[in-house]
Write a protein that binds this ligand. Sequence first.
Ligand code: GLC
Ligand code: CA
Length: 554
Amino acid sequence: MTKKWWHDKVAYQIYPKSFYDSNGDGIGDIPGIISKLDYLQELGVDMIWLSPCYSSPLADQGYDISDYYNIDPRFGTMEDMERLIAEAKKRDMYILMDLVVNHCSDEHEWFRKACEDPDGEYGDFFYLREKDGEKLPTNWRSYFGGPVWDDLPGTNRQYLHVFHKKQPDLNWENPKLREEVYKNINWWLEKGLAGFRIDAIINIKKALPFRDYAPDRSDGLCSINTMLKDAEGIGTFLGEMRDRTFSVYDAFSVGEVFNEKPEVIPDFIGDGGYFSTMFDFNEAIFGQSGKGWYDAEPITPEDYKNCCFASQKKVGDIGFLSNIIENHDEPRGVSRYIPEGDCCKESKKMLAALNFMLRGLPFIYQGQELGMENIPFSSIDEVDDISSLDEYQVALDAGLSPEDALKAVARFSRDNARTPMQWSDAAHAGFTTGKPWLRVNPNYLSINAASQLEDPDSVFHFYQKLIRLRKDPVYKETIVYGTLEPAFREQHNLMAYYRRGDKTLLVIGNYQSGKQAVTLPLPYTKVLLNNYADITREGSTILLHGYQVLILEM
Ligand code: GLC
Ligand code: CA
């Protein structure tokens, strides 16, 4: 595997709307991000991925772009963006933007022109089909519920949207559209961006010609994934995009890729692959059900460990995965991966270490470094996210009571991760002086950055230590490039692995509240990290405390 400039970095995802509001309108913004760069530098991260802040009606919170060359005024100005890139550079930090090119907004100029003249140049930027009475062109269900087809206003056509109806899919089969995409990527890279996170990219290749598939719910529709499984040749688009954009700038790219088959991994993230890296969603998709969120199976510590190890094995040293415990589309990792009732400082630190020390590029989602948790919902009226609202309806349609439907949604809602960042115990968690656009988690009085910065034993400082360890010249080679070998696999509720490079490290986490003994085959020479003050030992046996995690040099 060829070494790359970004391999030893630590990435941090910002959801701009909820990060920090500089002007009191209740919406986080770019000047707010700039004012928090020192905080991020103190944490130690060096690559920052911004969820979209382009012009947008915000139907899907910015993942519906109406102008790829502008910043939405709610987030700031282009000058603010340029200042952010420059201020980051001063701190040896890199800015990544979100590349959302499977679809645009229905308020984008291209879509307006397509409505005006569906047979003209811009009609071909989208997937349009002639209306045929009540019959839809295909029976695919959009990710956010309902059919993927809607009427193209003012015409006798329908357009395809695999996400929300305000997110019409762009027609990648059209070389003119692809040129527009590449032009835009290069325009941003010229501005000094280090690269992109690439949204929903697996959807750009549709199975052609369009056809129906067997319905999988009583609505008579089928999952988009069924169609995607049938689509071949995405590599042609992805390879062209790489050659025309990222490769030219040695830019970083991380793909949002789901359900990839093991045999495509070398093409996707091997040497010269389509992307620098891609996210590992193995834990996030565990237990998913075709029926909806209400039917999803919870994940146990054993499942979590097996998911992580399976991904590591699948990728091996072919490339680099990007490891996450959460993002803006997922509930908070500590609420999801730590058994109910056990969420505490120790268990949060254990999860942090187990995830962070995996081979790959670690991503931290805003607030994760504080151990932010899911928000309690008392009514569906408190939910903003379109995906959660759809899943609530799906649960009701399946016969769940409103209380149970709310519970199902609360467990997975994307809003859990989108509540404002908890900066302090001041009003609205110090996120804004105005009224926050989304409710603040009431636990901000006990979980917030200001108090954690003062407490050397906080989750924040534990993340800081993990980051320092990754960057420590003595251990860096091993942590970044070393192999990963699972250890003590047969021991229940214990997740442990060796990282072997020029050093040998053992990461070991007791994934339960009760104590657990582990007998080491070799003595350790040094304790690099411990989330407790002590280690209880008897000869070569360590008696781990509940949720104790250790990083040992062997
Ligand atoms: C990705 C984004 C998600 C968005 C969707 C459509 O999955 O992460 O937030 O809703 O794509 O753009
Ligand atoms: Ca603002």
